[in-house]
Design a protein around this ligand. Structure first.
Ligand SMILES: [Zn+2]
Length: 377
């Protein structure tokens, strides 16, 4: 459920309150919020407001929900996109497609209006500077989204990865593959020979082709959980192929690390050299994608644009870019894991059960040892 959407009439992305101010000329108050000010403008909104991601029309304003007891905001005002039959109007590839009302409206949105963290503040300042310096504008931000969406839509396949394939890939990733040792039956004559360790070493030798596939790709429990959720939602459906984003993702991560290391700005706790494994701060990643996009994905042109940004005077207006919107690489790591797991599974001829394979490997080593001993006697 997007908290912001694109107004064709005002040529920018807006949240509900901002749209109310522009359409009615009135400022929302605690008594009459933006959604209420807009209550008579339903037809105009339906034909003017497009989903920022997939571009579909059919928007309705959903009001803020507050707890009766504490008055705390349970759900902020947002847009819901409904087709003429009352169904979900989003394109099936849109990240908002199939969302229920309970999902956080901000899951994939970067709200630079709230001062949540160091990197959000730092990037918000840069977004405002960038707009003021005319390095990019709201139209370009919208074009970036459309470009990403079209790129994703053009590459489709049917998702058939099994949940076991994800667990198997996770287990391979955890396996201590850098410890190499070649088994010989004579070794097992040692009084306290460690069969479990020998089975792990043998497993490493037997699965080199799989370790080569997953080398250098970050996988952790969070990514696996997210991949499992995507699988439940999209199994046997047409989905986009995230490998088309790889070049752009790698570029944006590299730029983020360079900017964080050389920009003289504090972007948060994670050190830039860990961005490739842990992922950069999402706000910074989104800004880097935007700067690369307006620089035609040329790294040095993007770095030059960043230098201009960082050296520019403080922006006079801090509301110019209070919402940059989507992180174009939303759930990228999880999608990549889904594809990777399918490739790993296709090349795993002995099944996808890690524990069972270790047991079988140990049994095979013991059998080799037994036969070797027979020959010795
Ligand atoms: Zn959409």
């Amino acid at each position: 459920m997007p908290a912001t959407a694109y107004s064709v009439r005002f040529a920018r992305e807006l949240d509900v309150d901002q749209l109310a101010i522009l359409m009615t000329g009135e400022n929302p108050t605690s008594g009459r919020d933006g959604a209420e000010l807009l209550s008579a403008s339903g037809e105009l909104i339906r034909t003017d407001i497009r989903c920022s991601s997939c571009g579909k029309f059919g928007a309705r304003v959903v009001r803020t929900a507050k707890s009766r007891a504490s008055k705390a905001v349970l759900r902020q005002a947002h847009f819901r996109f409904v087709d003429p039959n009352g169904g979900d109007a989003h394109h099936p590839f849109c990240e908002f497609h199939g969302d229920d009302e309970n999902r956080s409206a901000q899951a994939s949105l970067l709200d630079f209006g709230s001062e949540k963290s160091t990197e959000t503040r730092a990037v918000r300042l840069l977004v405002c500077k960038g707009i003021e310096q005319k390095l990019f504008d709201k139209r370009r931000i919208q074009e970036l989204r459309q470009w990403f969406f079209d790129l994703k839509s053009a590459s489709r396949f049917t998702l058939t990865t099994s949940p076991e394939a994800i667990s198997w890939t996770r287990a391979l990733h955890r396996h201590p593959r850098y410890q190499r040792w070649t088994f010989h039956p004579a070794q097992a004559e040692m009084p306290a020979f460690n069969w479990k360790a020998a089975a792990k070493y043998q497993f490493t030798e037997d699965h080199q082709h799989l370790f080569d596939l997953i080398k250098g790709i970050p996988i952790d429990d969070g990514i696996c959980r997210q991949a499992g959720e995507l699988l439940r939602k999209h199994y046997e459906c047409q989905v986009f192929d995230p490998t088309v984003l790889q070049r752009y993702y790698d570029g944006a991560v590299s730029l983020a690390a360079f900017v964080a290391a050389n920009g003289g700005i504090d972007f948060g706790k994670v050190r830039p050299e860990y961005y490739r494994m842990k992922g950069p701060p999402v706000a910074l990643l989104a800004l880097c994608a935007l700067v690369l996009f307006v620089s035609d994905w040329d790294m040095n042109a993007a770095i030059a644009a960043f230098s201009r940004l960082l050296l520019a005077p403080a922006p006079t207006d801090l509301t110019l870019g209070n919402v940059i919107g989507l992180n174009p690489f939303h759930e990228y790591a999880a999608w990549r894991l889904l594809i990777l797991s399918a490739q790993v599974a296709a090349k795993s001829l002995d099944g996808l059960d890690y524990d069972r394979q270790l047991v079988a490997t140990e049994a095979a080593l013991r059998e080799r040892h037994r036969r070797w001993k027979e020959q010795q006697s």
